[in-house]
Design a protein around this ligand. Structure first.
Ligand SMILES: Nc1ncnc2c1ncn2[C@@H]1O[C@H](COP(=O)(O)OP(=O)(O)OP(=O)(O)O)[C@@H](O)[C@H]1O
Ligand SMILES: [Mg+2]
Length: 556
């Protein structure tokens, strides 16, 4: 309302400073000289021209009656801005409320000045479309005055220049980052030479026998400072895409799952975390330096945390982006070559950013935080690392609502499986004998039982010797052909249990399983008196073979 009133009051008020025009200058030769009545009584031809011209340019047209505050949209309200045509006759407040709040004061001042004396006005501002997104508009308006030179109508044509503005911004951004990058890498390079010298001589001196006590302590401080400075120059090099990378192929969800443990303690209790990780069969792979990608994600999370000092919600999500050859990525400012990308998105519902911060946030050393530990290099180095890896980063933020930072990294094919040779696919030997599996480790016991049952064996299982003894006594009529037992178990060892069993059932074969080599060397010579050994880890094929071998063994 404020702008409308301000503008209305100003324009309606007589302008004493303006020279009064004579009637002869009111000839309808230029737009501003056309009297209101002349337009209203105008032929349908001129109305048609207006419509055609507007259609040809795909612009919207707004016609503001400055005196009454009525606003008409003869063209483009729906096609350009998405609003229903029922709104095409409304009040000037409608326009004002949809101008971006940050652009409103600037535009109000500028229009006010134009109404007080100019024939034309033009300006760029953001306007909220029906879908909630802001379009960047260039408005060019003509101001119609009455005989008293008072502005009575303001007729503007509004052109959507969002894409052009994005391109311009992108170009400026790239040029700015390029210049910063060159500066940063030059500084880092020279400083690294100095630091190498400082570090080298500090170490040499520290090795001198004469250097001790207070002097050694002072030297140690110099050395530590040089170390910290080296970390800083490494970050500057990362920003300028000159940092050597140790790129490896990593699976995205595995990487994030591992990070999970480091992230949670960073966030504190008043921030809840929501994860939305897309999973794909066989995983999704990227080629990055593991240390650097960790640093990027941690910085995004810490930034999100800092933006929510009184708590909030952080979302970590992954997604995919395909950029077809010749396409502009998502119609956005992303600088990505055609191909497939993984996106990792960190969203917070914190403070958001002002326009000034948005423009500067990738500048090295730009920070709004008053903490001595903050260098303002987090996003700058992330940017450098991602660009060096063929990726990009995009920030969307709304003041007071929150921020989403998305990083894009090129996908790479899955790495070849680790080079271990599978045993030749031989058919595992089967059997129908009864096997007692005695193993306290639930995982090993379950897999052994499962494999042996699958092979046809009749399997009894027990987690300890006491249970096993009870089972055997209860089912005395059931002959146990083979005992598969761990050697080390609480209470009674597998070896002792085997002795006990073989007292009543001397023909029962025994296969000891163990992860310790030294245990296998004790006692049983393979095969002798029906005792066998199977080292952990074993695979199902090895188990099947060993069990069959033991069962088939005939004592001489
Ligand atoms: N999620 C966010 N919400 C609000 N502002 C943010 C967010 N992320 C970054 N910023 C703004 O961008 C600035 C730069 O961020 P950047 O990570 O580069 O540096 P920093 O966090 O200030 O310091 P450093 O990362 O070196 O510890 C921040 O100081 C902050 O003003
Ligand atoms: Mg940071």
């Amino acid at each position: 309302m404020q702008l409308a009133n301000e503008v209305r009051n100003q324009s309606i008020a007589p302008q004493p400073s303006l020279p009064q025009k004579s009637t002869s200058t009111l000839l309808p030769t230029t737009a501003h000289e056309i009297d209101r009545e002349t337009i209203e009584d105008g032929t349908s031809q001129s109305a048609e021209y207006l419509t055609l011209a507007a259609r040809a340019t795909n612009d919207a047209v707004r016609d503001w009656d400055v005196k009454s505050g009525k606003l008409r949209w003869p063209q483009g309200l729906e096609s350009l801005l998405g609003y229903a045509t029922s709104l095409s006759t409304c009040e000037i407040d409608f326009w004002q409320h949809h101008v971006h709040p940050e652009d409103r004061p600037r535009i109000a001042t500028s229009i006010r000045e134009a109404l007080s004396g100019a024939d034309h006005w033009s300006g760029e501002y953001r306007f909220r479309r029906a879908d909630g997104a802001y379009a960047q508009l260039l408005e060019r308006a003509t101001i119609v005055r009455n005989g008293g030179a008072q502005a009575i109508r303001f007729v503007g044509s509004l052109m959507d220049i969002t894409a052009r503005k994005q391109l311009q911004d992108q170009l400026c951004h790239s040029q700015k980052m390029e210049a910063f990058g060159q500066l940063a890498s030059g500084v880092a390079h020279d400083f690294n030479n100095f630091l190498t010298t400082i570090l080298g001589y500090s170490d040499l001196l520290l090795c001198e026998p004469a250097v001790k006590g207070q002097i050694a302590a002072h030297l140690g401080e110099i050395r530590n400072a040089a170390d910290r400075a080296s970390a800083l120059t490494a970050q500057l090099l990362a920003f300028s895409r000159k940092h050597p990378m140790d790129a490896r192929v990593l699976e995205v969800n595995t990487l994030l799952a591992r990070l999970d443990r480091s992230l949670l303690p960073l966030l504190g209790e008043n921030i809840s975390v929501d994860c939305d990780l897309q999973s794909a069969k066989g995983g999704v792979f990227i080629k990055v330096d593991p240390g650097q990608i960790t640093q990027i994600i941690l910085n995004l999370v810490v930034n999100a945390r800092d933006a929510m000092p009184t708590g909030g919600c952080l979302t970590l999500a992954t997604g995919n982006l395909h950029i077809a050859a010749g396409a502009s990525p998502n119609g956005s400012s992303l600088e990505l070559a055609p191909g497939d990308y993984v996106s990792i998105r960190v969203t917070d519902n914190g403070s958001g950013m002002t326009d000034e911060v948005k423009v500067r946030l990738f500048e090295p050393f730009f920070t709004t935080k008053h903490d001595a530990q903050r260098s303002g290099l987090g996003l700058a180095t992330s940017y450098g690392i991602l660009r060096q890896s063929g990726g990009d980063i995009r920030v969307q933020s709304e003041l007071g609502k929150g921020t989403t930072v998305t990083i894009y990294i090129p996908k790479v094919p899955a790495p070849p499986p680790p080079s271990y040779k599978r045993p030749a696919a031989k058919k595992a030997p089967t059997g129908t004998e009864t096997v007692l599996v005695l193993e306290d480790d639930i995982g090993v016991r379950h897999i052994s039982v499962r494999v042996l049952r699958g092979l046809g064996y009749d399997v009894i299982e027990a987690a300890n010797s006491d249970d096993a003894q009870r089972l055997i006594t209860q089912t005395a009529d059931r002959k146990i052909h083979l005992l598969l037992t761990d050697i080390v178990m609480p209470h009674m060892s597998g070896r002792d249990f085997a002795e006990w069993l073989r007292k009543t059932s001397p023909r029962t074969k025994v296969v000891f399983i163990s992860g310790y080599l030294d245990e296998s060397s004790q006692g049983s010579t393979p095969g002798r008196s029906g005792m066998f050994f199977l080292p952990k880890p074993f695979d199902p094929g090895q188990l099947a073979l060993k069990v069959r071998e033991a069962l088939d063994f005939v004592a001489r």
